[in-house]
Structures are given as structure tokens and as C-alpha cells.
Design a protein around this ligand. Structure first.
Ligand code: SF4
Length: 702
């Protein structure tokens, strides 16, 4: 007989993983989550994927950090990256909160006063709440004294945002995912929603069932490709060639929307002249797609009543990521496929709050609401709000911070909930940089690869242990509510940030999380109409929501773009090759990404029992014919190597990638694939080229 365990409370919250922002309910008994249920939220209508439904028990994992830790004076050298969880106490000793926080603040003050304000930097988190992101960037800007603050948006959609801000004056989506149900044609390019935005993929499938035509465009075949009306498996790194060829067709066949171009845009003539040299016949051999097929999809996209484009990291993580996004924007503008229901641009956001963290100013060139740090009006506004003079120069981005540490100009860092030792490109270089810091403070829930290099570790709260607002990929601001008490002496992140601020002499007084949100409202016109009590009551409100009666706008740009001229701008793009092409020494291409079951650097999902049981080992997905050529069989141990490092992992036969391309998820610490990736940056978004570098492979371990 099975006894039914009855929860003693149910707490409504949102999923801690991807940007779809599914609403869920935690069923809790004795401070433990029993199970999770999907709620009827605007983005999910009770649906959850495997991560949202089963990926909650990481919060109860025995490896949770429960007490502040300080590095022992006689600890092994920080350059030794071989982390042994059983020997943590050889490296760190327990401390009281007062001792740890005093040490954190006094060292930051000493470095700032000795080496200058730009000697400090902070990485916040796209998994934290809007309020945490806001206070974190405020601490860096007012306590550290510079704009050296960034987070993992730099590693995902920074190039998309650069192109969107330049082209249409807003870095967010024009329409929610759910609008695919109102579209006649949907292009998904450089994205694998079935793995990375699974509930969004279900809406796309529903749309297909209702007659929407899906055009998948990607070098890798994915689950949604099976259902696509057309699947264009173009060669890696040839996005601009393919997209410019589509625009060439649209111009030559008179499929442009002349009225829209005349009334709503500038720069079309330059774009038209640029795509003239990109005929389908010329581009077909470059991108590997037949010229007639390019013509067909261009016509379909341009002539439908409503066409949407959704894209992901396959577009953004290139040295030409901004150019890729410029082409998508130009496609929408020239055909008038934006500014109406079922037509628009949707960069699918990765983490559950990467949109909100960016909105809240967790980026080095913008204050909250994308107000530039070098704009006199914005400077005046924030100096008045925060009551002190601010640095007027944009700060360093994620990869630039690592380079500045190696150059000796950045000496102290505060990292909250990010794991750059795993997530940064050329991770060996990033780890060496982190190990070279005079003072590294890491605030996290587990001893991550980054925390292992820290001087001070501050035990923080997991997602279900705190209350805050989170903004999903649709610009929907939603309430996440506390369901559990943090374990041991672990504290909520908002408390920790305020304690450091106070010890650095900042006179902050916030009466809870709602008070922080109310200050955000004062400086962010986009959420000006979202009072905290309204958000608590309604649970989800879309921005822009500029005044209190405003219901929020899910479809934007209906009559103007938020630029100075109110018009959108065409920006032409030409082909720029990947920074590191295959050659005789390194003949293969490495593509990195995620798996359905695991999340980013794996610190949470690899500690979620069900998820780790499904995908327990590091794998490389290799075309079966490439495996045969290597003389290897599926399941064999192989070594992948680039000019920057090597990893050993298991081979998996997978013909979804073209021959010569190897796909590896970046969640496995045993085979941290970012040891191999190329830190070359897109010059506009400063995003690294995770989607393309040259490697070789061999049988056996290194
Ligand atoms: Fe969570 Fe995203 Fe899955 Fe929804 S689709 S349950 S937000 S991981």
C-alpha cells in the first residue's frame, strides 16, 4: 500500500530555466518540493517541459553551500583546477557572515582606493530576479565606481540586441512566441526550440497543425525540422549569404512592401544596392541551398499575410552575429512583416531572466531601460536618483574583463550566480584569469568551477527560496514566489548584495523586494505602470506598460519604432568569414550548444536526479560517416582538440549535423568544451564565436 504524501503548501512561481517563462506551482511538504505542476500562465497554459517538471530537486542536493567559506592561507595554488568536492575543506575554511562580508568589502575598498575604480568588475546573473540584477548593477556603478558590469547576455544575444537597437530602437521581441498561432509563415533560424525552448516548440507545432507553414533554417537538423514545410540545412557560417540571397529575390521580384518602406524606414536604397550582388545562383554553392529553394522560401515569407522570424544562438554566436541579425531585421522591414499580430521578430531568450537582467542595466554600456551610460540626460537622471557622480564611460564586457585581468588592470571581481570558468570561450584562459585575481568573491548555491577559484564564497539562495520578478522572452514580467527556506546559513541574494553595499559605505534602505522594484519603476519608463502591488495581484504584465491603466503591449511597433526619427533603419551586411576556419591540422568544425535535459553549465540540472539520469555523460555528436572515417564506434572514448585546449568524452553517432561538424553540449564539467572554443568577438555585440571553431579528433583519452 502506498501512502499518499499530502503537501502542506502550494506556492505559485515560474520555471527557473529557459526564457519561455512557464508558470508553475511548487507542492511543498516540510521544506521539500514534492512535485511541480504547470500553471495556466500566458506563455505555457499549464504546459511544462522535462526541465520544468522534473528539474527541481537540485535545491535539496547535499552539495548545497550552507555556510560562508574563506580560502585558506595555505590552500593549493589557485591555478590547480582539479576540483575535488571531497577535499573542499582543504582549500576553504568556514567563516561567519560578518567575517566573510567584512573581508569582501574591505578588500574591494582597498583595491578600488589603491588601483582605481576600474580595477573592480562584477558579473551578475540572468537567473536572478530583476530586483537582484538592478541592485547588483547599482552596487557596481555606485560602490565600485565604474560600468564594469555584465552578465551572460554577452554570451547569447548581445549581437542580436546590438542589431535590434541600431535597426528598430528596441532590443526586445516585437511579438510573443504565442503569435506563431496567428502567423501564416514562421521562419525558425539558428535555433532548436524543441531542445532549448520546448514549450515554445509546442506552440509552433500547434500552429503547424492549424496550417502555419514552418521554414526551418539551420546547419543542424532538429526535431522541429521533421514537421517543417521546408528545411534549409545550410552550411555552417553562411547565414549572411543565404539571407542576402532571399532579399535579392524579394527586391528583384517586386515583393517589397513599398508603402511600409516609404512610411516607416530609412536606408532602403543602400540595402537594395548591397543585395544586388547576392543572387541565389551566386550564393547557392556558398550556402549549399539550391537557388530555386531560396527563391521559394523568399516568396513564401514575403507574400504571406503574416510572417514571423524566431532565432537563437545559431544566429548570434558568430563574429558576424550582428550582421546575421541585421539581415533578419532587413527581411522583416522590406516586406512589412512587423508591427502587426502574427508578423515580427523574436530572438528567443535563453535564460529565464536574461531579458529582465538586461532591462535592469546589468550591461556595461547601458543603465536600466537601455539608457546609455554616455548620454548626458541619462547620466543626470541616474546621478540624481542614486545620489552620487557616475562614471561616464562604457565598461568592459565579459570577455574583455578576462583580458583586462590578464593585463593586470582588473584585480577584484564579484560574481553572482554565473560560472565563467565553464561558460566563457577559451575557458583555460578564463580560469587562468580568474585565478590571477587579487580578490574573487563568488556568490552561488554550489561550489561551481568558478567558486573553486574564489577567495570568498557566499552561500546564496536557490530559485524556489526567494521572491522576485522575472521577465520572459515575450517581455512578460512575472512573479516568482518563495516556496522554501534556504538551507543552513545560506542567505537570499538581495540581502547579500545589500550587506556588501552597506559595508562599502552606501546608504541604502529597502524595505523588501517590492521596494527595490518601486525604485526600478522610477528610472524605467517601460515598466512605469507596473506597481509592485499590481504585479503581485496580476502575476504577469507585459511591458511596455508606461502608466497604471496600461494593460501592457504584447505586439509593438504598430505605428512607429522607438527611434529618434520614429523610423526603422536598414543596415546592409556583407559576408565575413568565421575567425578560425578548418585547415589540414584542425579539419573539423566545432558547434557548441545545449541539450534538452541540461541547463547551461550544468550546475543545477546535473544535480537534478531525473535529468542527470537521462543524460549522465559528456558526449560529442558526430556524423556516423565521420566516426567510420576515424575508425571509432558509438560509445567510444574520443578526444577533441583545438588550438586552445582538449577534452575527452564519449562519441555519439548523430547525423543531424553535416559531415565535418561536431556538436558538443557545454554542460559537462568533466569535458568542459569551452576549453576549445574561440574567444574572437563580434565587434558590435562583443559576443564570442561559440558556434564555429576548428578542431580535430582522435580515438581514446588524452
Ligand atoms: Fe521551463 Fe522553459 Fe521548459 Fe518552460 S519550456 S518548463 S520555462 S525550461
Amino acid at each position: 500500500e502506498v501512502a499518499l504524501v499530502v503537501p502542506d503548501k502550494q506556492v505559485d512561481s515560474v520555471c527557473p530555466y529557459c526564457g519561455v517563462g512557464c508558470q508553475l506551482t511548487y507542492h511543498v511538504k516540510d521544506n521539500k518540493i514534492l512535485h511541480v505542476e504547470g500553471r495556466d500562465g500566458p506563455a505555457n497554459h499549464k504546459r511544462l517541459c522535462v526541465k520544468g517538471r522534473y528539474g527541481f530537486d537540485y535545491a535539496h542536493h547535499a552539495q548545497r553551500l550552507t555556510v560562508p567559506l574563506i580560502r585558506r592561507a595555505d590552500a593549493p595554488k589557485r591555478g590547480d583546477f582539479s576540483m575535488d568536492p571531497d577535499r573542499v575543506m582543504d582549500v576553504f575554511r568556514e567563516a561567519t557572515w560578518d567575517e566573510a562580508l567584512d573581508l569582501v568589502a574591505s578588500k574591494f575598498i582597498a583595491l578600488r582606493d589603491t588601483h582605481g575604480k576600474k580595477s573592480l568588475a562584477g558579473f551578475g546573473s540572468a537567473k536572478g530576479s530583476n530586483e537582484e540584477a538592478y541592485l547588483f548593477q547599482k552596487l557596481v556603478r555606485t560602490g565600485f565606481g565604474s560600468n564594469n558590469v555584465d552578465h551572460c547576455t554577452r554570451l547569447c544575444h548581445a549581437s542580436s540586441v546590438a542589431a535590434l537597437l541600431e535597426g528598430i530602437g528596441s532590443g526586445a521581441v516585437s511579438n510573443p512566441v504565442m503569435d506563431v498561432m496567428r502567423a501564416e509563415v514562421v521562419i525558425v533560424i539558428g535555433a532548436n526550440p524543441a531542445q532549448n525552448h520546448p514549450v515554445a516548440a509546442t506552440w509552433i507545432k500547434n500552429a503547424i497543425n492549424n496550417g502555419t507553414r514552418l521554414i526551418m533554417m539551420d546547419p543542424r537538423r532538429s526535431d522541429l525540422s521533421r514537421l517543417a514545410h521546408r528545411f534549409l540545412q545550410f552550411k555552417p557560417d553562411t547565414d549572411v549569404a543565404l539571407l542576402n540571397a532571399m532579399m535579392h529575390v524579394i527586391v528583384h521580384e517586386g515583393l517589397v512592401d513599398q508603402d511600409f518602406i516609404a512610411a516607416r524606414t530609412i536606408g532602403f536604397e543602400e540595402l537594395k544596392a548591397n543585395v544586388e550582388g547576392y543572387s541565389p545562383e551566386l550564393m547557392a554553392p556558398i550556402c549549399g541551398i539550391d537557388a530555386d529553394e531560396i527563391r521559394y522560401v523568399a516568396r513564401l515569407y514575403a507574400t504571406s499575410k503574416g510572417s514571423m522570424i524566431l532565432w537563437g544562438m545559431g544566429i548570434s554566436q558568430h563574429v558576424h552575429g550582428t550582421d546575421n541579425a541585421r539581415c533578419l531585421i532587413a527581411l522583416a522591414l522590406m516586406t512589412g512583416q512587423i508591427g502587426k499580430p502574427g508578423a515580427g521578430l523574436h530572438p528567443l531568450r535563453g535564460q529565464n531572466n536574461v531579458q529582465g537582467a538586461s532591462d535592469a542595466g546589468l550591461i556595461p554600456m547601458m543603465y536600466p531601460d537601455y539608457q546609455r551610460v554616455d548620454s548626458p540626460a541619462a547620466i543626470a537622471r541616474f546621478e540624481q536618483l542614486w545620489g552620487m557622480p557616475l562614471d561616464h564611460q562604457p565598461g568592459l564586457t565579459v570577455v574583455e574583463v578576462m583580458n583586462a585581468i590578464k593585463a593586470g588592470s582588473v584585480r577584484g571581481m564579484y560574481i553572482m550566480g554565473e560560472n565563467p570558468a565553464m561558460s566563457d570561450p577559451d575557458a583555460n584562459h578564463a580560469r587562468e584569469a580568474l585565478a590571477a585575481l587579487d580578490h574573487l568573491v563568488v556568490q552561488d548555491i554550489f561550489l561551481t568551477e568558478t567558486a573553486y577559484l574564489a577567495d570568498v564564497i557566499l552561500p546564496a539562495s536557490a530559485f524556489p527560496e526567494k521572491t522576485g520578478s522575472f521577465t520572459n522572452t515575450d517581455r512578460l514580467v512575472q512573479m516568482g514566489r518563495q516556496a522554501l527556506a534556504p538551507p543552513g546559513q545560506a542567505k537570499q541574494d538581495l540581502w547579500i548584495i545589500q550587506q556588501i553595499a552597506s559595508r562599502m559605505g552606501l546608504d541604502w534602505h529597502y524595505d523588501g523586494v517590492g521596494d527595490v522594484f518601486e525604485e526600478m519603476r522610477l528610472s524605467m519608463p517601460s515598466i512605469g505602470g507596473m506597481r509592485w502591488d499590481r504585479l503581485e495581484r496580476e502575476q504577469a504584465i507585459t511591458y511596455p506598460c508606461e502608466n497604471e491603466g496600461d494593460p501592457g503591449q504584447s505586439v509593438v511597433f504598430t505605428d512607429h519604432f522607438p527611434t529618434e526619427s520614429k523610423r526603422a533603419r536598414f543596415v546592409p551586411a556583407d559576408i565575413i568569414p568565421a575567425n578560425e576556419r578548418p585547415d589540414s591540422d584542425y579539419p573539423l568544425v566545432l558547434i557548441t550548444g545545449r541539450q534538452l535535459e541540461h541547463w547551461h553549465t550544468g550546475s543545477m540540472t546535473r544535480r537534478a536526479a531525473v535529468l542527470d539520469a537521462i543524460e549522465p555523460d559528456p558526449v560529442a555528436l558526430i556524423h556516423p560517416l565521420d566516426l567510420v572515417a576515424l575508425g571509432a564506434a558509438p560509445g567510444d572514448v574520443i578526444t577533441l582538440e583545438s588550438r586552445r585546449g582538449q577534452v575527452t568524452l564519449y562519441a555519439r553517432a548523430d547525423d543531424s549535423s553535416p559531415r565535418g561538424a561536431v556538436f558538443v553540449p557545454f554542460c559537462y564539467y568533466e569535458a568542459a568544451i569551452n576549453r576549445l572554443t574561440n574567444p574572437a568577438l563580434d565587434p558590435f555585440g562583443k559576443i564570442p564565436e561559440f558556434k564555429y571553431c576548428a578542431i580535430r579528433m582522435s580515438i581514446g583519452g588524452a
